[in-house]
Design a protein around this ligand. Structure first.
Ligand code: DON
Length: 560
């Protein structure tokens, strides 16, 4: 009996100690890339196998996505990375597009001051100055370890050899075909009726990449390519000039860093709203111990929704390009401010968005950006999100250079109070000005636990990016899902306005929705699309890596 009393506390301790979650995704020993296409993940992983670091792999993966995933991968767009080196140093790079020099506040308004439909969304008028090539060259200059030729040659080879059309890609191409023809005429490469199993080759893109290999960023922003690109955009009615291209610079930025319980979360700072908004959401839910409500339970959804509602209201009003506007970050991210924001929260009924602010708009979600996550054998980590904004961007395809151009100008607020294509309404902070960067929702994020690398995560999804990243982190940390399960788990979204909760089609029962409805929440009744395509990596307790490649796309984890 005495012995039993002695061992009982020990048995109880063992019983209560949390068992590590069993991984269900691909597990590798040392290094991994998770991206939207296996071809790109393979090239990135191979670069690391050949002795390159995560930064070399980032350059290769980003450019390989421009070849293998033209829906969002790009030379004609922009993005953000957040990195964490093996020694714990962190940073962020902003290679977001900029407004051209000739841009001005009212450029998308007619003489009566109304927004001209589609002008910031479709065709050359929507194009911002691309940042991607400057971004990858800057990463290589500062952190690269392999010669550029070792990195670019496999990408150029892929463009020449071509990429096989997947089932999902064939559907996307079909879905966008008429819109691409409308902008480019039916002589465009993408007027063809591509079928599953076809191979699409990109010889012009291979040539453009060759120029970048020979001359670095000048191979894109100066000389022949710049001249061709600027002339092409202007012939089609757009505003980007050679001077705009020459002046483009990527910018290193301090990421947003905050604590959530024993995690330290590192995410992108303005001009992306991702880091600030996710910081606000996490801090508002932290006092409630969300795990005890259960994964995707009524109460967990309520709490998350109320935090998101308040955070998006701030996002839309206060955030913009920090080089142009003062953002009161110290207040927005302070504990006392966020506590006060949640003071009127109650599980009994929703806070109406009209009480937080006002407006009445349509929501549109999509997944036309792309995210990839990388960890190398030394433990360097990169979280990168890159975009053309809409699917195939502005739909304007430069045949001669082999790539699509962005429609990122739509991420500005063309007119205060009028929603953009994501239903986001902006304010003065995000109005258009020459050389200003448009506000983004991209949320490339790295999570540390106990001072060590724990997770690399991000997603496309426009305004839903921020909530999808937050839910994925909570799925792992609070609800003990494996990395792959956390990525696949059904997601929901709220963005202040419109005052509705959107659910993915699968995974939320009618009973749960009606319970939320009874409490007073509006449930979005339109067509429910997927929310994000998260690509993430988790460092397991034994130091191995588990990939989370979203089942919603053709995404793939590759490593060694
Ligand atoms: O920067 C942004 O927030 C948007 N341009 C991202 C676009 C996106 O995720 C497209 N897919 N939904």
């Amino acid at each position: 009996m005495r012995r039993l009393i002695l061992v009982l506390p020990f048995v109880l301790f063992l019983h209560c100690k949390k068992q590590p979650t069993v991984p269900t995704g691909i597990v590798t020993e040392k290094a991994m890339v998770v991206s939207a296409r296996e071809e790109a993940s393979k090239i990135g992983s191979k670069i690391m196998e050949n002795g390159g670091n995560a930064f070399d792999a980032m350059v290769a993966t980003e450019l390989a996505l421009a070849v293998a995933y033209p829906f969002a991968g790009n030379l004609g767009g922009g993005g953000f990375i957040v990195y964490r080196q093996s020694n714990g140093d962190i940073g962020g790079l902003d290679y977001r597009e900029k407004a051209p020099l000739s841009a001005h506040k009212d450029m998308y308004l007619d003489s009566l001051g109304n927004v001209i439909p589609n002008m910031s969304i479709v065709g050359a008028t929507a194009v911002g100055v691309p940042g991607t090539v400057a971004g990858v060259m800057e990463v290589h200059k500062r952190f690269g370890s392999l010669p550029l030729s070792d990195i670019l040659n496999p990408v150029i080879a892929l463009a020449k050899k071509g990429v096989v059309v997947t089932d999902k890609q064939a559907k996307r191409l079909e879905n966008y075909r008429e819109r691409i023809i409308a902008v480019n005429s039916d002589s465009t490469k993408f007027a063809a009726n591509f079928k599953v199993g076809d191979t699409i080759k990109y010889p012009q893109l291979a040539e453009t990449l060759g120029k970048i290999l020979q001359q670095g960023r000048d191979g894109f922003y100066k000389g022949e390519v710049a001249l061709k690109l600027a002339s092409f955009i202007q012939e089609n009615g757009g505003f980007v000039t050679e001077e705009d291209l020459e002046k483009y610079e990527a910018k290193w930025r301090q990421p947003v860093v905050f604590k959530y319980k024993d995690l330290q979360i590192i995410s992108m700072s303005p001009p992306s709203s991702g880091g600030v908004t996710i910081n606000q959401i996490f801090k508002m839910i932290e006092p409630y111990n969300i795990s005890r409500y259960g994964h995707n339970s009524t109460k967990a959804i309520q709490l998350f929704t109320e935090a998101a509602r308040r955070a998006y209201a701030d996002r839309n009003y206060f955030l913009g390009d920090p080089d142009f506007v003062d953002i009161p970050l110290d207040v927005l991210l302070s504990d006392s401010y966020l506590e006060e924001r949640m003071e009127n929260f109650s599980f009994k009924n929703p806070t109406l968005s009209s009480e937080v602010s006002h407006g009445n708009i349509e929501i549109v979600e999509s997944d036309e950006t792309t995210h990839y996550s990388i960890v190398d054998a030394q433990g360097n980590a990169i979280s990168a999100t890159t975009t053309l904004n809409g699917g195939y961007g502005s739909k304007l395809y430069c045949e001669e250079l082999g790539f699509f151009l962005n429609n990122e100008m739509d991420d500005f607020s063309a007119k205060p109070g009028i929603p953009n294509m994501f239903g986001l309404i902006g304010a003065e902070a995000n109005s258009i000005a020459p050389e200003k960067r448009m506000l983004s929702s991209m949320t490339p994020t790295i999570v540390e636990k106990d001072g060590k690398l724990f997770m690399v995560v991000g997603t496309p999804g426009g305004s839903t990016i921020i909530t999808a990243v937050a839910q994925t982190i909570l799925n792992v940390y609070e609800f003990d899902l494996s990395m792959q399960e956390a990525v696949n788990a059904p997601r929901f979204h709220h963005q202040w306005l419109p005052d509705v909760i959107t659910f993915e089609e699968e995974g939320f029962s009618p009973a749960l929705k009606s319970e939320l409805g009874d409490i007073g929440y509006q449930i979005y009744e339109g067509k429910n699309r997927i929310i994000g395509k998260v690509d993430a990596i988790k460092v397991l307790e034994n130091g191995k890596l588990e990939g989370g490649a979203d089942k919603r796309g053709d995404d793939a984890a590759v490593g060694f």
